[in-house]
Design a protein around this ligand. Structure first.
Ligand SMILES: Nc1nc2c(c(=O)[nH]1)N[C@H]1C(S)=C(S)[C@@H](COP(=O)(O)OP(=O)(O)OC[C@H]3O[C@@H](n4cnc5c(N)ncnc54)[C@H](O)[C@@H]3O)O[C@H]1N2
Ligand code: MOO
Length: 396
């Protein structure tokens, strides 16, 4: 039996097989979930001039406590018509530019305006520069707002728009083919004959990839015939960056993915990882395409897709940190000692504590339906009591 690779080593080897795809320019509205291919550096100061943060009156602090003569108004959208002279207050609105000479905004709730005169009605202290957003107080031209490799969230897109950029340079979207294998599989929703099961993994993988910057085709299926699998791999390799197969990764007489990869002219880079579930994971190359062969058991396919497929897609799409972050939470119940493979245990977080599902058989799909975390138990880890912390990966 070939040696089992530690998870981190296998992840590093997989990502090292290909560099990220070439970048492209996209409009802001198409940038969600993409990874920046270059830093976003501010092209402008924000705000570009001192602005009011409230609706009220712009005054000179030196003129406090008033009263003032009301002199015009400043609304958002353009500069005020004139500067503020001593003893004057200018009506001003949120987001509007302060007139030259003004340094403080008094909110309208704290003043009374009558016949062109303005008087203070509050006894609260008015601070110099209150309710004023200073020039470049958000960011200054030349400042790096977002680093290359950052995932573009709605907030990151907002920051990029405000930077003054007109579009974004992002990493490419890998083309991913999903190929399920197995004579027992039937399209979801179709009637089942004895010995058949619905193909749940294909749809599950498509759903996992739906939130990623990838171009994923509909799941394809071939039976357990080695020649058919080899032909399908050869065909898919011509126009995909990643082929992910499910099933047929192990040692049985009907497990043909490795053999078919060789027949198709490809090469296995590694097979078998020290993890449970997911041991018989295959990684290899076929022409310009990468092949990731996931084990067929539903939990094994899910866990290996979380730890290998999604990071691979993110890496190709330009992610600086493609691996899922490891978090920590207390265990709700005691956990026995670790064994010879690292466990990824389907779990649910409830009020901050990790509840592990009782049935951890990798053939079960039921726990996948309720899991929002994969609790990690290291090889040889000592038994732990309830309340002790455990590492986990968030999966929902
Ligand atoms: N003698 C040994 N047998 C097995 C070993 C081993 O080391 N020695 N490893 C076991 C481990 S660990 C795993 S994991 C499985 C992986 O097997 P395969 O990748 O070859 O997967 P299959 O045999 O094709 O299927 C396993 C299981 O999953 C069901 N399946 C497959 N595809 C789908 C799908 N698309 N949707 C839903 N369910 C699917 C399939 O019907 C089987 O029940 O091997 C162990 N055996
Ligand atoms: O490694 Mo397998 O995925 O446990 O059942």
């Amino acid at each position: 039996m070939s040696a089992l690779l530690p998870v981190e080593e296998a992840q590093a080897r997989l990502l090292a097989l290909r560099p990220p795809l070439a970048g492209e320019n996209v409009a802001f509205c198409d940038a969600l979930g993409r990874y920046l291919a270059e830093d976003v550096v501010a092209l402008r100061d924000q705000p570009a001039a001192p602005l009011s943060a409230m609706d009220g009156y712009a005054v000179r602090c030196a003129d406090l406590p008033g009263p003032w003569t009301i002199a015009g108004e400043s609304a958002a959208g353009g500069p005020p018509a004139h500067a503020l002279a001593a003893g004057e207050a200018m009506r001003i609105f949120t987001g509007a530019m302060l007139p030259e000479g003004a340094d403080t905004v008094v909110i309208q709730e704290d003043v009374a305006a009558e016949g062109g005169r303005l008087a203070l009605t509050t006894s609260d202290a008015i601070r110099e520069r209150q309710h004023v957003r200073a020039r470049a107080s958000d960011f200054a031209a030349g400042e790096r707002l977002l680093a290359a490799g950052t995932r573009l969230t709605p907030g990151a897109i907002a920051a990029a728009v405000m930077s003054g950029a007109s579009q974004l340079r992002v990493g490419g979207r890998p083309r991913v083919a999903i190929l399920t294998t197995g004579d027992e599989l039937v399209q979801p929703g179709r009637p089942l004959a004895p010995g058949q099961i619905p193909d749940s993994n294909g749809v599950m993988l498509a759903a996992m990839l739906a939130g990623e910057p990838a171009r994923t085709g509909l799941p394809l299926h071939v039976g357990d015939a080695r020649a058919r699998i080899a032909a399908a791999l050869q065909d898919l390799a011509r126009h995909h960056d990643v082929i992910v197969t499910v099933g047929g990764a192990s040692v049985g007489d009907h497990d043909h993915v490795q053999g078919a990869l060789g027949d198709a002219g490809g090469r296995v880079d590694f097979w078998k990882v020290a993890m449970k579930p997911g041991k018989p994971l295959i990684a290899g190359t076929l022409g310009d395409a990468l092949l990731l062969g996931l084990p067929g058991n539903p939990a094994s396919a899910f866990v290996t897709a979380t730890l290998f497929l999604l990071p691979l897609v993110r890496h190709l799409a330009g992610a600086a940190s493609p691996l899922p972050p490891v978090l920590s939470a207390p265990l709700a119940k005691p956990l026995g000692p670790g064994k010879t493979r690292r466990d990824y245990l389907r779990a649910r977080l409830d009020r901050g504590a990790l509840h592990l599902f009782d049935g951890q058989d990798s053939g079960r799909t039921f726990p996948l339906g309720g899991a929002d975390a994969l609790a990690i138990r290291e090889i040889g880890a000592p038994a732990r009591a309830a309340g002790e912390p455990a590492d986990y990966i968030a999966i929902a």
